[in-house]
Design a protein around this ligand. Structure first.
Ligand code: PRP
Ligand code: URA
Length: 212
């Protein structure tokens, strides 16, 4: 059961489904994998920003005054290295004034525990922060990243992933019930080496062409 204040939004759109299947396809080469990741992240971000607060502003068109809505708060994006980097371009294109922070986290292959090897975060207090990591597997990396951005002052935080496993969603529900998750798919389960099934393999390796 989800705590009342937490939501998991699985983007329901034929284009998102089409792009996700291409990412799952093992024959998709890295160059195309990167392009598709960017397109899918655009769709995920549209959903993740759907309820951002706005303020009313009036501008002068060439003909008369018009009032409309403008974003009320700055946006921060924090990709988790390496794989989250594949999602960053889409966010920068949608929000050119985004502040970008970086967290380097690596999962131990035996224990699946994440360790942080790099952190560089911008001011977060006045912004909505989007943590970007395509794979929410055990959830250990995402949970550690959310802990880091909150410690650094982030208040409104959202998690954006491409594929989430039930185990990872559960961990975030327990550790960060205030953080909403937006994803393209809630997959079935983890395998014995904590890879997501059916998943799409090692995202970082497929993105950067480093498959063994
Ligand atoms: C992968 C992935 C996530 C993490 C998810 O990163 O990009 O960050 O695993 O797993 P978790 O939910 O069980 O923590 P990895 O540690 O392989 O590093 P990389 O992105 O540098 O390849
Ligand atoms: N990290 C990945 O890149 N893929 C998985 O399936 C799990 C963790």
């Amino acid at each position: 059961m989800l705590p009342a204040d937490m939501s998991v939004k699985v983007v329901d759109h034929p284009l998102a489904a089409h792009l996700l299947l291409a990412l799952r396809d093992r024959t998709t080469p890295p160059a195309l994998f990167r392009t598709i990741t960017k397109r899918l992240t655009t769709l995920l971000m549209i959903e993740a920003t759907r309820d951002l607060p706005t303020i009313t502003r009036t501008v002068s068109t060439p003909l008369e005054e018009a009032s409309g809505e403008t974003l009320a708060q700055p946006i921060v994006a924090v990709p988790i290295l390496r794989a989250g980097l594949g999602m960053l371009d889409a966010v920068v294109e949608l929000f050119p004034e985004v502040r970008v922070g970086y967290l380097g986290l690596e999962r131990d292959e035996a224990t699946f525990q994440p360790s942080e090897y790099y952190a560089k975060l911008p001011p977060l207090e006045d912004a909505t922060t989007f943590v970007l990591d395509p794979m929410l597997a055990t959830g250990g990396s995402a949970s550690a990243a959310l802990e880091s951005v909150k410690k650094a002052g982030a208040a409104g935080v959202r998690m954006v992933s491409v594929v989430a496993a039930p185990e990872g969603v559960k961990l975030l529900q327990d550790d960060h019930p205030d953080v909403d998750i937006v994803t393209a798919s809630l997959d079935r389960q983890l395998n014995s080496t904590a890879y997501i099934l059916p998943g799409l393999g090692d995202f970082g390796d497929r993105l950067f062409g480093t498959q063994p």
